[in-house]
Design a protein around this ligand. Sequence first.
Ligand code: TEU
Ligand code: CA
Length: 576
Amino acid sequence: GSKPNWWKASTCYQIWPASYKDSNNDGIGDIPGIISTLPYLKDLGIGTIWLSPMYDSPQKDMGYDISNYEAIYPPYGTMDDMDELIKKTHDLGMKLILDLVINHTSDQHDWFLQSRKDKTNKYADWYMWKDPKIVDGQRQPPNNWRSIFGGSAWEYAPERDQYYLHLFVPEQPDLNWENAETRRAIYKSAIEFWLEKGIDGFRVDTANLYSKVTSFPDAPETLHGEAYQPATEYYVNGPRMHEWLQEQREAVLDKYGDVFMVGELPGTDAAEVLKYVSAEAREYSCVFDFDVVMLGTGSKKHHVYRHALPEFKEAIRKCQDLLRGTDAWITVFLENHDQGRSLSRFATDKDEFREQAAKMLAVLLCSLTGTLFIYQGQEIGMFNHPEHWGIEDLRDIDSLNAYHDVKDRHEGDELWLKKAMKGLQAVGRDNARLPVQWDSTKHAGFTGGEPWIRVHDDYAKTNVADQLKNPSSVLNFWKKMIQLRKDHEDLLVFGHDFEVWDYHDQDVFTFTKKHPSSGQTLLVFCSFSDDTQPLHWPTKLKTTTSQLLISTVDHPQKYLTPWEARAYLIAEPPAV
Ligand code: TEU
Ligand code: CA
């Protein structure tokens, strides 16, 4: 049909339940806390809420280790709370999507508890079991694959005298998608159970890792001298991915209408992305492409470096260009629960420029084509934790493993530990998982109890309550930008022919894109500089009439002040 998909122009907001809002003062955010803020999200202009895992879980990886798809983690609330959240979200005219984590379960999921018992039970083949490799009479993992969170990707289970595969922590065994019965059980429990309750779709976790190269060859040595090696070529976009996603679409999703499926697609280049998201394939509605958020990262956290602005422009162009001549759809995002804060990583968190920079990033994001995702706290300009925080302030298993990996390999050497902490301060996942700063009272109004993770030192200066009162706050600017995106939907959400005009410029990012039908052009300037910068007005647009659409400053000049952004509407089609 010609009716556009509802999820294309909907602004999405990601909630990380543990750190969002605590309603009963046990120090942990919860579903009633979320419900209490729905009017706030509605008022901000949010159309869709993505709720990170709230399923029952031993919380080895903050709920990405699910022990029961059909139950709620008790500290987050009850199934009644969840039903109420679904209803109230819909009553306010918003949509709700959940996290779909089906590459692996928790080792405490009943399927795995059964599976590990012996080699003959009903669930014996539901996970990826392999015999040990015997080297010099010693038991070894079946191959040298490295877990994404460090160490071997295999864990020994004496009950079966076998190893099972875990791409993440040992408590996250990988499901065996090769088994059709397992796939059917996954669809039923993880997907249909929730679609029956009326949710509107899923953000699909590790959406391209289900299919492994089942001969399980050793990976080549890329981490010099280490026992376990990155093996992504054997499990990212594996041989049967597309077959299974099409099965999932036909057997399950098509029964429920326009279900929004946004896949997380790490380690995948543009050509490969298209196989998942072309409107013909319909495997996913769109995906999170990692070109931008992976900038400056390496295989270890402390390999992080500050990218140059041209690399950032190029990564954004690459994503926007997925639309060129295709029927695909894309997402726009700079933050999620796995990333450092965007202000710190891509702009600046210096005191004097932070507000301007946060508004500039809002202009940038709201000007890009695709479904826009913002992450809790981004709307008030939260930024990374201070450099003086120590390892005892961090909670994330990925961060703790990264730290101990450095500590073990360098025998506790102080300089190495400093380096490890520096990496985590820049890209550690806890940065995004600090409590939302609701007001300037104790613990930032997140909880009346003791928060499960340290509150950012800055909460008295950066919080929702103060920003709601201040018309020129970052929060009110975001609200204005989200509204502008709606008012100019054709151009801002659906515009095409993205073009960068100052590719080599290290200080300013200038781009244009075109309205799908009217001939209008959007021209955007974003400063990434602590200094005043000249405007680079594209020559071919010089003779046309322009109208200022939005600016981050009250009185825009002929030049850009530090971290300023503005957008113009160019009325006529530029003469070629
Ligand atoms: O992340 C998948 C992923 O590829 C991660 O390894 C990511 O690169 C990493 O978090 C960076 O440190 C998803 C979830 O988003 C993440 O939170 C989970 O921990 C992971 O899957 C396992 O479910
Ligand atoms: Ca609570």
